[in-house]
Ligand binder design. Structure first.
Ligand SMILES: [Zn+2]
Ligand SMILES: [Zn+2]
Length: 417
């Protein structure tokens, strides 16, 4: 037990962490280009926030949250998703009173008690962006293009963008009635979960993965045929922006976000190389959420992307992230006096911006040079009594084996050149 991480968690070792760094840096960089700023929210929140923000009828709230009472008896829940905490912070700090829109991104662990499977852990990491305060479809198109840009820059080309509109509380009411009438005829063909959904939230029957349910809903009336003018215009506008950016998309009526505060746009991006498990990004508009959580009536749209799933997708597509380079310089030493000098010199060179390695294991000179090779050092020098005396070293280019005699003081310049 003691030396085994809890089920559904995973260590990221140095042999893998460079991949995370690469992907996260790219996320930050792209958000920067789009003017999104990072928000960091706590690892846990009052349980009530997720009950409101995610919805009590969802699987997340019903089965998957890490909820416990703290020592004072408050009900606390580990961050179950990224949007509601961002909305909570937006309200708490009065960001709604500043110039709008508010454009945020986050990279955060989230916690869900579910059956661990490939790319799906109990602690997993999410990259998400949110734009609050903008009701125009250009905002929806912008968040979609952030996701598409990231995925393309990572080398995923076989992407499928699926979009839908789930309407608004006004037009969805009509649609729900029509849908319920339709489903009523097929109740006995639906799975047990969907029989419950039929009562509570019929829209969710549409995204059920059970084959018999899919067969039924394949014939179901489409929400896009029941949108009110406002919702229909918004959907057409979105398509116009996507067309203008040259994105292909499929209108997929199965993409639903079943809660009342999800409105209009819903979308998913699928990487087509890995079949059914291929959804790498999901998002949409939630014009009712900020108000639901206790803020002003303000629109919002965003997406979430699981980082484990993303890395798995890259791997499955044979996309390799370049390993970090070795140190610029390895300084080997002979003798104690030289070691002290080497240690100090290395520190000085690091301060000046070089990546420098030295030996801490009392290796022989030969073993130090072997170690330098293993570290993939670009250059190496050896410092012994003679070098301390003459203040000169032979700078060895580890790739070519070529050696140049220079002053110790010139090492920095020589390497930087
Ligand atoms: Zn509507
Ligand atoms: Zn079902």
């Amino acid at each position: 037990m003691l030396t085994k991480a809890p089920r559904g968690t995973k260590d990221v070792l140095p042999s893998e962490s460079y991949k995370w760094q690469y992907v996260e840096n790219l996320m930050r960089e792209i958000c920067e280009f789009y003017g999104y700023k990072e928000i960091r929210t706590p690892g846990f929140e009052h349980t009530e926030l997720f009950l409101r923000g995610v919805g009590e009828s969802t699987d997340i709230v019903r089965k998957e949250m890490y909820t416990f009472n703290d020592r004072s008896g408050r009900s606390i829940t580990l961050k179950a998703e990224g949007t509601s905490p961002a909305v909570r912070a937006f309200i708490e700090h009065g960001l709604y009173a500043e110039t709008q829109p508010t454009k945020l991104y986050y990279i955060t662990p989230v916690y869900r008690y579910e059956k661990p499977q490939a790319g799906r852990l109990r602690e997993h990491h999410q990259f998400g962006v949110e734009i609050f305060g903008a009701k125009s479809a250009s905002a929806d198109a912008e968040v979609i293009s952030i996701a598409m840009t990231l995925l393309k820059k990572l080398g995923l080309n076989n992407l499928e963008l699926r979009i839908n509109s789930v309407g608004c509380p006004v037009c969805r009411k009509n649609y729900n009635k029509v849908l319920k009438e339709f489903l009523k005829e097929h109740l006995d063909e639906l799975c047990d979960d969907c029989k419950v959904r039929y009562e509570v939230n019929p829209l969710r029957v549409l995204d059920c993965k059970v084959e018999s349910c899919r067969r039924v809903t394949g014939e179901a009336p489409l929400i896009t045929d029941y949108l009110c003018d406002d919702c229909r215009n918004h959907f057409e506008e979105l398509k116009k922006y996507l067309d203008a950016m040259g994105y292909n998309y499929i209108v997929d009526p199965r993409i639903v976000r079943g809660l009342d505060y999800y409105t209009k746009t819903a979308f998913e991006i699928i990487s087509k190389d890995i079949g059914a498990q291929g959804t790498v990004c999901g998002g949409g508009r939630y014009d009712g959420l900020i108000e639901e959580i206790g803020g002003p009536s303000m629109p919002g749209v965003g997406f979430g992307m699981g980082i484990e799933r993303l890395l798995l997708t890259l791997e499955q597509n044979g996309i390799e992230i370049t390993k970090p380079e070795g140190p610029d310089l390895f300084i080997a030493y002979i003798g104690d006096e030289a070691k002290l000098f080497t240690f100090t010199l290395a520190n000085k060179l690091r301060f000046n911006g070089l990546k420098v390695e030295i030996d801490h294991m009392e290796r022989s000179l030969k073993a130090q040079m072997k170690y330098a090779n293993k570290l993939n050092a670009k250059f190496a020098v050896v410092i012994g009594e003679e070098e301390l005396e003459s203040k000169k070293v032979k700078l060895k280019n580890m790739a070519t084996g070529e050696e140049t005699e220079i002053l110790i003081d010139e090492i920095e310049k020589a390497i930087k050149n």
